[in-house]
Structures are given as C-alpha cells and as structure tokens.
Design a protein around this ligand. Structure first.
Ligand code: ZN
Length: 63
C-alpha cells in the first residue's frame, strides 16, 4: 500500500516536512521556526518602516 504524502519545506530552515499531523506547525517544521519566521518578518517591517534608522545601522557597522 502506498500513501502519497504531500511534502513541503520549512520556510525558515528549509528542512523537509510532511503535510501531516506530525507537523502541526506546517508549513513550518516546528513552533520555534514559526516564531523565528515571524520575528524575521517583523524585523523586515521595522527596517522598511524606519527609513531614518538606516543611517544609524550603517554607521554602527563601522565600515
Ligand atoms: Zn524549520
């Protein structure tokens, strides 16, 4: 008997997951990745919203 399971990749760490109850946080592999992705997304939002802080980040690098 063959069962075809839809497979996907975690958007955060790209690990392969299966579209089953084994991965309740799908498409993420775990709750941790789910949260990580959200944090990253929130940070991107901040970067885009705070254009004025771009220079601050740049000078902090000391390049
Ligand atoms: Zn993951």
């Amino acid at each position: 008997m063959t069962t075809s399971v839809l497979e996907s990749n975690c958007p955060n760490c790209s690990i392969e997951i299966q579209w089953t109850d084994k991965y309740p946080e799908r498409p993420f592999c775990s709750e941790r990745c789910k949260n990580n992705d959200f944090i990253g997304w929130a940070n991107e939002e901040k970067k885009i919203a705070g254009n004025s802080s771009y220079e601050d980040v740049f000078s902090e690098d000391g390049e």
